[in-house]
Design a binder for this molecule. Structure first.
Ligand SMILES: *[C@@H]1O[C@H](CO)[C@@H](O)[C@H](O)[C@H]1NC(C)=O
Ligand SMILES: *[C@@H]1O[C@H](CO)[C@@H](O)[C@H](O)[C@H]1NC(C)=O
Ligand SMILES: *[C@@H]1O[C@H](CO)[C@@H](O)[C@H](O)[C@H]1NC(C)=O
Ligand SMILES: *[C@@H]1O[C@H](CO)[C@@H](O)[C@H](O)[C@H]1NC(C)=O
Ligand SMILES: *[C@@H]1O[C@H](CO)[C@@H](O)[C@H](O)[C@H]1NC(C)=O
Length: 203
């Protein structure tokens, strides 16, 4: 009994990769080891905090099956008999997690795991606060944004996690130097950078 199993296990090839996608976009996850001898293609979909669901397609009788799959935003990209890619449309913050594709073929098991990270661009605002401060806020970003000021001021920066994985970063500054008449706030984030400018009241 041991021998066939040893042969079976020795032909497993599994790879993995990290994938970052923006919220509200469409993501397509190819199943890379698509071999002509594929018998069954199985996706195991494990978003964080949710029970896993599986979707499978059998080549010999062209049969698709699914178990525990309730999220209508996750589906085969097209026809699994032609292309076993998975599609998430639109991507939501709850889709963070692990997506494993496995191909059982005549010559072994092949698979690929995606570690999916959902990115949310922050909403950036720059406005006057109380007592002559200027406030730059990068709201509800994932991961949290970084705020830089030009020129550098006397700043107090706070991060507030919002519970759904996003974070609001707020930086409050003032400038002792009365020569400073224009300030800019630059927000750096994986989804893109943004700069806003404000003219200070003088006198
Ligand atoms: C992903 O693959 C890399 C390189 O093959 C490996 O070092 C790493 O342990 C794998 N990670 C997981 C979680 O399987
Ligand atoms: C497989 O099944 C799908 C849906 O039932 C059908 O549209 C498609 O033509 C079938 N493909 C083959 C190769 O028989
Ligand atoms: C604003 O400035 C006044 C006077 O310096 C001070 O008493 C007050 O605490 C400041 N308010 C805040 C929110 O920092
Ligand atoms: C996360 O939660 C905050 C606060 O409730 C909300 O404003 C924001 O839209 C949420 N973000 C996403 C991507 O669901
Ligand atoms: C955004 O800003 C950071 C820090 O200044 C920089 O390293 C990065 O290259 C910038 N990204 C883009 C897309 O411009």
């Amino acid at each position: 009994a041991g021998l066939p199993w040893r042969k079976w296990w020795s032909s497993i090839q599994h790879t993995n990769s990290s994938l970052s996608v923006s919220v509200d976009t469409k993501a397509v996850l190819p199943c890379p080891p698509d071999t002509p001898t594929a018998l069954v293609v199985t996706w195991t979909i494990s978003p964080r905090d949710q029970p896993p669901c599986t979707r499978a397609h059998r080549r010999d009788n062209n049969e698709t099956s699914e178990r525990n799959c309730t999220d209508a935003r996750i589906s085969w990209e097209s026809r699994p008999d032609q292309n076993p890619a998975l599609q998430i449309d639109p991507v939501a913050i709850t889709h963070d997690g692990c997506y494993r594709c496995e191909v059982a073929a005549a010559d072994g098991l092949f698979g690929h795991t995606y570690y999916l990270r959902v990115l949310v661009p922050p909403k950036v605002t720059l406005f006057r606060g109380i007592n002559g401060t200027v406030v730059c806020r990068a709201a509800a970003g994932k991961p949290s944004a970084q705020i830089f000021w030009t020129p550098e001021g006397d700043c107090d920066t706070e991060e507030e996690p919002l519970g759904n994985g996003t974070v609001t970063v707020e930086s409050k500054c003032h400038w002792e130097d009365l020569q400073v008449s224009n300030v800019s706030c630059s927000v750096s984030h994986v989804t893109g950078n943004k700069s806003l400018f404000l003219e200070l009241e003088t006198g």
